[in-house]
Every structure is written in C-alpha cells, then in structure tokens.
Design a protein around this ligand. Structure first.
Ligand code: SF4
Length: 332
C-alpha cells in the first residue's frame, strides 16, 4: 500500500520564520520547520502543516458495536473499525498505549478504498464505520475527506473529546454517534495524568449532544485517582445536567503503560453504577466479571428492553418500549 500520502492540514496559522500553529485541538502546538505536534500526526514541512498520519491505519477490524462501547446504537451490529497511530493525550495508564503512544507500522487506505470496504461490510443495509482505538480527531482531514465521498455512511467516533470548537462544529454534521471518554470530573486529573483539560471535553459533550449526535460516555475508574464517591457523584451530576438519557459506562482499569496501580476491584465499578442509577436512566458496568448493569430496562415501566447479550427484546420499530411506549434513547 502507498504509505506516502501527505495532505495539508486544516485549521492552522502560518507565522513568522515558517513557523505554524495548529488549531485543531487546545494544545495549539507551535511548530518550527521539521517539528511534529504533540499528537505525532501533524508536522511542519517547509512552513506548511501536513497531516503525516493521513489514511495510515494500524489495521482494520470488524468489531461488535458494543466494544466501542455503544449500547444504544444499533445493538448487535458489527462495525468496520480503524484508527490512526496518533493521540493528543498521553495518559500514563493508557490501556491502548501500544497503538496510541508508540509509533508502530501502518498501511495506507484511501478514503475511496475505505468506502468500498464499508459497502462490503454494511450491516442490514446500514453503512457505518467507527474511527477508534486511539484519538480519531487527530485524523481530522482523513475523516473529513472520507465523509465527503461517503455521504450515506454513518460515522462513529470513539474519542477523548479534546478538540477545538470550530473543527468540531465543521465535522459534526457527518457524525452519527460518539462514545466520549470522560476520564474524570476534575481538571487536575486531566492536567496531571493525561496532558489534557476537562473544560474542552465537557463542551464537546454538550455541543455534540445538543446537535443531535447519539452520545454515550465512558469513565475508566482508576483506584485512588478518580474513584472517590465525591468524584463519581460530581461526574454523574454533570452528565445529568446535560441529559439523564445519556448512557454512562463505568469501566475497570488494568495496569498498563507507565502505571503499576492495581486493577479496579469490581465492587468499585458496581458502586459507581449504583450511584449513577439514582440519577441517570442508563448505566453500565464494563471490564468486570459480573452480570449486573449489563441489561437495559425501560426507565418508565422497568420492562426489559435489551438483554445482557445486547439483543433487543422490548423495543418497537419506533424506538419505544413495547410495554408503555416510552421512547428509549438511541438508534435502533
Ligand atoms: S492536533 Fe496535534 S499538532 Fe494539532 S494542536 Fe493538537 S496535538 Fe498539536
């Protein structure tokens, strides 16, 4: 595969002495000629910002949609999934560090080739693709170009939400669903452990939800860092302030990358779920051996609507509970 395509980046300023400032994410990297941005996806080449990760993917898989995780978006479907070898965060505990934090071999797939693959792997006539695994917004131009030729394809983003408002708004009309990683409700956590910031992530969640994109959130619970009742309750309150309909996935962490903090005990994840259930309609537990918080019940009449195996058992073709006609949040 041709691995040499380099496209000029969108959203940057050209400055004195051939320097450039990238405006895609809040890092706003200032780059001299030859320098590469924090995300490793963009480089100043002769005074132009170039997306050096354009179309380069570490692989392509057909994944269950639940793996994203998205539990209220076409449950049971498979989705073509790929991502760049770049990320604008550097979480010291990264669960995907070997693809997000370290340079690894990639192959090029053009937007047209990807569209052909999407057609081959459409699910019940739905054309859909997930940009995932690392930070897909650092693949901005590739996804933008893909969206232009694949207007009938539903794009799913699995993201940390750390993108500036202008580029976010320009891409939003092409995005059908997002799982946004809300790592903590404390800005200090983002600054100290991730090289990021909370406010941008909150704004991405609010903006995307209000725009009508299907949103689910994930919170990875890391013992001692973000798992206190106070942190969890504040996080839940924020989600509830946007909408009690937004599904919230609490997930157990495992030691990875530079972290040797022990894994999250199941009881911590279940405790967070119990707290969330007091305010939110849809709460799920991930990465633990437990059958609790796997099913979906109608928030109004408590009818089982999606089984633990993520099979729709109680939703009609209007997306309503088949017992009481309450609208279940999601795309079914
Ligand atoms: S997208 Fe990459 S190069 Fe651009 S500001 Fe963010 S980290 Fe820097």
């Amino acid at each position: 595969m041709d691995n040499t395509v380099e496209r000029e980046a969108m959203f940057y300023d050209q400055l004195e002495d051939q320097q450039v400032r990238c405006l895609l994410c809040p890092h706003c990297c200032l780059l001299k000629v030859g320098e590469i941005g924090t995300c490793r996806g963009r480089k100043n080449i002769s005074g132009k910002l170039i997306a050096i990760n354009y179309g380069k993917t570490m692989g392509i898989s057909l994944d269950p949609i639940e793996k994203k995780p998205l539990y209220h978006y076409r449950p049971g479907s498979q989705i073509l999934s790929l991502g760049p070898n770049s990320c604008n965060f550097s979480c010291f505990y990264c669960q995907n560090y070997d693809s997000s934090q370290i340079s690894c071999p990639t192959g090029y797939i053009s937007p047209e080739q990807l569209y052909n693959l999407v057609l081959e792997h459409s699910y019940q006539n739905y054309k859909q693709v997930a940009f995932t695994y690392t930070e897909p917004f650092t693949w901005y131009e590739y996804i933008y170009d893909f969206a232009k030729i694949a207007k009938d394809t539903d794009i799913v983003m699995v993201t940390n939400g750390y993108i500036n408002p202008v580029p976010l708004k320009e891409l939003m009309p092409n995005i059908r669903a997002m799982n946004i990683d809300l790592k903590s409700i404390r800005n200090e956590f983002y600054v100290k452990y991730c090289n990021g910031g909370l406010e941008t992530v909150k704004q991405t969640i609010i903006t995307a939800y209000n725009f009508g994109i299907h949103i689910e959130l994930t919170n990875l619970l890391i013992p001692t860092l973000n798992d206190s009742d106070e942190d969890i309750k504040d996080l839940i309150d924020f989600v509830a302030s946007v909408s009690i309909d937004i599904p919230l996935h609490f997930s157990a962490y495992y030691p990875a990358y530079k972290s040797n903090i022990p894994p999250t005990p199941s009881r911590i994840v279940l405790r967070a779920c119990q707290l969330a259930k007091e305010k939110l309609s849809y709460v799920y537990a991930g990465n633990i051996w437990s059958d609790e918080f796997k099913e979906t019940y109608c928030p109004k009449c408590h009818n089982l609507v999606i089984s633990a195996q993520r099979r729709i058992v109680g939703i009609d073709d209007k997306g309503q509970c088949n017992n009481c006609s309450y609208k279940i949040y999601g795309v079914f």
